[in-house]
Write a protein that binds this ligand. Structure first.
Ligand SMILES: Cc1cc2nc3c(=O)[nH]c(=O)nc-3n(C[C@H](O)[C@H](O)[C@H](O)COP(=O)(O)O)c2cc1C
Length: 397
């Protein structure tokens, strides 16, 4: 495996910026140490959100599931507990008509003085959608998302009442809707099916991925950007990529931790029923895991394999320097939004803030000042060095 060139010149695909995203946890239960409660531990929630803000994160996702806390309510709480971090509301169109969704998002945006972001989830599992009365097949769910985006944007900008008659929604004389704080709210799309690409390429401000090998991710970025250009767009969707890093002070210690973690995570997930996932993002993660455990500098897929790739599950393993360098590899491929959430949720958020985010930001500041790449990626080679590969396989049966 030959080491890529990490000389001073930057690839044309490199993003000049990187912002960091977390995911808000409402209680201390983790895949490493599950506690049998689905509720909100208010003290933990407040500490988690304060930790994200102190750690220097830019955004936090409020996820949505039919049996979890409501993402709008938790997003409003995050907004009031913080001053800077931007809440990203995961919103399934089946749960809220678009004029109401527009009004709720605009309310959140005003309450947070312009910090609201929405992540539209079309639904990756028929049974989960049916739990809240959504019986549309996935292709139609994405068609509905597409119409939903049009109504959201019109509701935020139309100065006079308007009527709408589409395939999924019909209403008369709505508006002018409640306005966002300062212009339309960014709209993100999650999903990796062809339908997700079609909607995201044509209409999304942000298109999101789970962590994939570098070349595969770049091909997916080209695909979504190609579709955006075909739709006549000059501003292309920003790219969001998601990882679950496992870090320690050295690569060797990080690998010891990773092997310990994966056995605990596997034990937690063994108790859950395993079905073949219907969503393409999880299918891709499982296919990568089947082919290889370790890709590029530090991308580890065994965590995806043992969880059946339910949700974001691919790890980056190594010292803070190795993980920061791995994140920069993705920034070089065009990602500008990087979601990192650990398996030890609260402690990891604080740790990344102290040790990982500053390294990435320092490198990007160096690039802005000099126009050249710094030395971090060349010095911390991860899987392109023999020692790292030895640590990765040490202690395995
Ligand atoms: C970054 C990211 C966050 C996601 N958050 C959620 C979520 O909160 N709730 C949910 O049901 N699905 C979530 N998803 C899953 C997909 O959006 C969902 O499976 C998709 O609607 C259909 O998948 P497909 O187009 O890949 O087949 C997320 C996906 C990504 C990439």
């Amino acid at each position: 495996m030959s080491t890529p060139d990490f000389g001073e010149s930057l690839p044309p695909t490199a993003s000049p910026e990187a912002e960091f995203i977390s995911l808000t946890h409402l209680n201390p239960s983790t895949e490493l140490n599950p506690v049998p409660s689905r509720g909100i531990d208010l003290d933990f929630f407040k500490r988690y959100v304060a930790t994200l803000e102190e750690a220097g994160y830019d955004y936090t996702l409020l996820p949505y599931g039919s049996n979890s806390a409501d993402s709008f309510v938790t997003a409003a709480a995050v907004g009031q507990l913080t001053e800077r971090i931007r809440p990203i509301v995961a919103l399934r169109p089946n749960t809220t008509p678009p004029t109401v969704g527009a009004q709720k998002l605009a309310t959140l945006d005003q309450l947070t003085e312009g910090r609201a972001v929405v992540h539209l989830i079309s639904g990756g599992n028929d049974a989960e959608q049916a739990r809240q009365g959504d019986y549309l097949p996935k292709s139609q769910r994405y068609a509905r998302t597409s119409e939903y985006i049009d109504v959201l944007r019109r509701s935020w900008t139309e100065p006079a009442p308007f009527s709408h008659e589409g395939e999924f929604y019909k209403f008369d004389e709505f508006g002018p809707g409640f306005a966002p704080f300062d212009g339309p709210i960014p709209i993100s799309i999650g999903g990796q099916s062809d339908e997700a690409f079609a909607v995201g390429g044509a209409k999304a401000d942000i298109f999101s991925f789970w962590g994939e090998p570098l070349d595969d991710l770049r091909a997916e970025i080209d695909r979504v950007h190609g579709l955006a250009r075909d739709a006549g767009r000059t501003t292309l969707p920003r790219i969001w990529v998601t990882f679950r890093p496992i870090t320690a002070s050295t690569d060797e210690l990080a690998w010891a931790k990773a092997h310990d973690y994966v056995s605990k995570i596997a034990a937690t997930h063994q108790r859950l029923a395993k079905r073949d996932p219907q969503n393409v993002g999880s299918q891709r993660a499982l296919a990568f895991a089947q082919e290889k455990e370790l890709y590029d500098r530090a991308l580890w897929t065994r965590t995806a394999a043992v969880t059946n790739a339910a949700g974001a599950s691919t790890a980056l393993v190594g010292s803070p320097e190795t993980v920061a360098a791995a994140i920069l590899d993705y920034v070089d491929r065009g990602a500008s939004l990087v979601s990192i959430r650990g398996y030890d949720t609260l402690a990891d958020a604080a740790d990344y803030g102290k040790h990982v985010l500053p390294l990435v930001r320092q490198e990007l500041a160096h690039r802005r000042a000099t126009g050249r790449r710094g030395s971090l990626q060349a010095q911390h080679l991860g899987n392109w060095s023999a020692d790292y590969r030895r640590f990765a396989t040490a202690g395995q049966s």
